[in-house]
Design a protein around this ligand. Structure first.
Ligand code: MN
Ligand code: MN
Length: 459
């Protein structure tokens, strides 16, 4: 009976029951590196810049169109500072396809409006327009830091980062005290804090003169001293407010990581580490850090942009291969996070199919919503291939689905890759509190996602 059960039932095991103490040490080592990267990568621009500096340390050089490429060579191409493609050229022709892993490095946040600065009742504020799917009430009464760039008329770009380093001032959106919140508390959670209510408090001391808007003037004067900018310069600025929480270990056992932006920098880092590890691969390995995924992958730096096709076409042209031939034989891991089953919210989950913390890399055959709309729905054959790949390479993995049917839904870059005639499947790190200012992942799952991407690159 015991044998029959073991042979016929599919039973998942907690990842910590499957690894050796030696591998547990590797999990910790990997997690420490990832935490460092996440802590300094608060915007897509920073995630890309930090990835480039690690890539250069690992032998990658900027790709220039027309460059002759040898097997084993490592190149990267940065798209407007916001997205990045890295490649390690394979021994085989690109006619046999590439192995692609694609993650995104943009995260939900509060962008400043183009006319953000105002004074109200002797307090200065910045108006925001949220980016991506957020629960607005989570963004009040938490410390915020500002990151971004201001493009001046002169053509010069000024970088602004304030609130991240110890000792720097931070910013905050105030919330209503409970004593006066009787009406607010009757509203739905979607309405309790509004988009136009997400105004960031940035100053209170008036400028020493007799005019109006003296606090606003005082703040502008500080900004002018520090960055040489005036109010009009906000018109051509991209400044974002992001949570000012330090990335930290969570739990008495330190098994989890709390931080802003695990979606999807946990997968971006897994891909980076994997492509830094791979040497002389059989097929060309491609690592994508995309932008604009959180708002639909549109735009010049999103995965629907031709920037990716241009880069791949350049690589193919150097080998006399047609891009469409390369794509039809390529494979893409759309490395994006999935929702981890949360025992605090069992009502939205379907326990048999949701991913679980510490059960490894989560494979999503399909995402989308309702009757599987807006997803690529990978084939059974592709899932079968993943099962074999992960079994051979000791990657702990699990199936993942986004909660109960008809409860909600979501998408990734997978369908945009699949639409290019590339076999694609979603796979990534299960996340608790996804899209919140402080998301939680398991170290174990982060490490297994790295191992999963590496297994794909090597085979
Ligand atoms: Mn994502
Ligand atoms: Mn997301």
């Amino acid at each position: 009976m015991e044998d029959i059960r073991n042979n016929l039932f599919y039973e998942q095991k907690n990842g910590y029951d499957l690894i050796t103490p030696q591998e547990h040490a590797l999990v910790e080592e990997y997690a420490a590196d990832y935490m460092r990267y996440l802590d300094i990568s608060r915007t897509e621009r920073e995630a890309v810049a930090n990835a480039i500096s690690e890539a250069e340390e690992n032998g990658f050089i900027p790709y220039e169109p027309g460059m002759a490429l040898q097997p084993g060579q490592k190149v990267y191409r940065c798209n407007r500072g916001k997205s990045l493609i890295l490649a390690v050229i394979g021994k085989e022709s690109l006619a046999n396809g590439a192995v692609i892993a694609g993650a995104h490095v943009d995260c939900p946040r509060l962008d400043l409006k183009q006319n953000p600065l105002y004074e109200s009742d002797e307090l200065a504020f910045l108006k925001t327009h949220y980016y991506g799917g957020i629960k607005k009430y989570q963004w009040v009464a938490i410390p915020l830091e500002l990151h971004g760039v201001v493009a001046l008329k002169s053509g010069e770009t000024v970088e602004i980062t304030i609130g991240h380093r110890a000792g720097e001032p931070r910013f905050v959106i105030t919330d209503l005290l409970p004593h006066l919140a009787a009406d607010q508390m009757k509203k739905t959670m979607a309405e309790g804090i509004t988009g136009e209510g997400l105004n960031i408090l940035i100053g209170s001391i008036p400028y020493a003169d007799d005019g109006k808007d003296r606090v606003k003037l005082a703040v502008l004067s500080l900004l002018n001293d520090a960055y040489g900018i005036a109010e009009e310069d906000f018109l051509s600025a991209e400044l974002c407010a992001v949570p000012a929480f330090e990335v930290s270990e969570i739990g008495f056992d330190r098994s989890l990581i709390g931080g802003y932006g695990h979606d999807d920098r946990s997968c971006a880092y897994a891909e980076l580490k994997a492509i830094f590890t791979v040497e002389n691969p059989r097929r060309t390995c491609i690592c994508i850090l995309a932008d604009k995924e959180e708002i639909g992958s549109d735009g010049v730096t999103g995965m629907q942009s031709a920037a990716f096709d241009c880069f791949m076409e350049d690589l193919c042209a150097s080998q006399g291969v047609a891009l469409r031939r390369c794509f039809e034989n390529s494979f893409c891991l759309s490395a994006d996070v999935c929702n981890a089953y949360d025992p605090n919210f069992p009502e939205v989950s379907e326990k048999r199919n949701d991913s679980k913390i510490n059960y490894g890399m989560g494979i999503c055959k399909y995402t989308g919503s309702r009757g599987k709309y807006n997803t690529s729905d990978a084939s059974a054959e592709i899932v079968g291939m993943m099962r074999k790949l992960f079994a051979v390479n000791n990657v702990v993995w699990q199936m993942a689905e986004l909660g109960k049917v008809d409860q909600g839904g979501g998408g990734t870059i997978a369908m945009y890759m699949a639409n290019r005639n590339i076999d694609t499947i979603d796979a990534g790190v299960p996340v608790l509190s996804m899209h919140s200012p402080y998301e939680v992942v398991a170290k174990f799952d982060c490490y297994m996602t790295y191992k999963g991407v590496l297994a794909a690159y090597r085979n």
